[in-house]
Design a protein around this ligand. Structure first.
Ligand code: NDP
Length: 341
């Protein structure tokens, strides 16, 4: 019925940065459909920074991927066969079926995609998990007010680009941080942020200070590390810091982890800062609000998005390693299969 299915499994746990030998591409036999199950063909695979954490055998908010198991990931899929009342053959669905061309999953955990909202790839981008992360983290935790300064790093990326644009919709001033001139120009000129600073510039900290003359009221934390060290002294009293991600340290080992948490905690106390870590699933109840607002903002051009696509499942390991180093320019997607076969 179909070409031989392919998948990418976790071959070894990385120490530090992941490398190609930590992944393995393999063929596998198509499993039989059981009661209530569906066969999915993967069209789009989302690559996301959280996957780095899943490669470690360490306690986190989610279980690690086992050695020799399929790398996990959000997908846009076509239903090829269904033994479920929930979805029918031909439906397009959001799944979490991982780095593989075909999968068999329970039909009742799938979410149908509404193609009238936008291109189907946006279901794992601006109208999906990254967009919702920006929306809920900024609005529910950051709570930006008109005239305030909102700073976000990884500002050309899937989450950061949406954070700054939502901040502007709410009347705040958005300042971005990104890696390199091309990304900074995009953030300023196309997305309309007031400013964008290159975190690799030797004068980055001074330039960030100059770009935030009234200090920082909301810092949406995507990165941590040296970027956070530059942001930290600029935080205003009662600043809000949604702690979304710390990509700068995802591949840290015991030797490279900075040891200044004690000093930082003292400032959190004295400035009464609100730091709140969150995982997007904490705000599952806001999905309806998010889709209502974001789909309108995207249609009206108030929120723009950029996709960074690599072709074919076998491109996923290199694309993922690049994502951790800023090689992506926009939401990192893998085109696993055509929209229709
Ligand atoms: P992006 O599309 O922004 O891609 C990651 C970007 O991170 C890179 O392009 C790079 O951009 C930047 N980066 C990598 N290393 C560094 C570094 N050392 N210093 C500064 N910037 C760096 O990814 P997402 O938008 O998908 O994710 C952004 C963050 O949000 C991540 O930390 C992720 O883990 C987190 N997240 C958290 C969720 C939650 O539920 N809490 C859900 C989704 C995402 P540049 O070239 O500009 O430096």
């Amino acid at each position: 019925m179909t070409a031989s299915p392919k998948r990418i499994v976790l071959a070894a746990r990385p120490h530090g940065e992941p490398k190609p030998s930590d992944f393995r591409l393999e063929d596998y036999a198509m499993p039989e459909l059981g009661e209530g199950q569906v066969l999915l063909r993967t069209i789009w695979l989302s690559l996301d920074p959280y996957m780095r954490g899943r490669m470690n055998d360490a306690a986190s908010y989610s279980a690690p991927v086992a050695i020799d198991a399929v790398m996990e990931g959000g997908t846009v899929c076509e239903v090829m066969a269904s033994n479920s009342d929930a979805v029918a053959k031909g439906d397009l669905v959001l799944a979490h079926s991982g780095w593989q061309t075909y999968s068999v999953v329970d039909g009742n955990i799938l979410r149908k995609i509404d193609p009238s909202l936008g291109p189907i790839s946006t279901g794992i981008g601006i109208l999906g998990m990254p967009g919702m992360t920006a929306y809920t983290g900024l609005l529910d935790i950051g709570q930006p007010k008109a005239g305030e300064t909102v700073v976000v790093a990884a500002a050309s990326g899937a989450v950061g680009s949406a954070v700054g644009q939502i901040a502007m919709i709410k009347g705040a001033r958005a300042v971005g941080i990104a890696g390199g001139k091309e990304k900074c120009d995009y953030v300023k000129n196309e997305l309309g942020f007031s400013d964008c600073l290159d975190h690799r510039d030797p004068d980055f900290a001074a330039k960030l200070k100059a770009a935030c003359p009234d200090g920082i009221d909301v810092y949406f934390e995507n990165v941590g590390g040296e970027v956070f060290e530059a942001v930290f002294p600029l935080l205003n009293f009662f600043a809000r810091i949604p702690v979304c991600g710390l990509i700068a340290s995802y591949s840290d080992t015991a030797d490279t982890t900075p040891k200044w948490a004690g000093k930082m905690m003292r400032t959190i106390l004295t400035k009464r800062l609100t730091f709140r870590g969150f995982i997007v699933s904490d705000f599952a109840g806001r999905r309806g609000d998010f889709l209502r607002d974001m789909s309108v903002w995207v249609k009206e051009g108030k929120v723009k998005y950029k996709e960074f696509v690599t072709e074919g499942l076998d491109s996923a390991p290199e694309a993922f390693m690049g994502l951790l180093k800023g090689k992506n320019f926009g939401k990192q997607l893998v085109r696993v299969g055509p929209d229709k076969v």
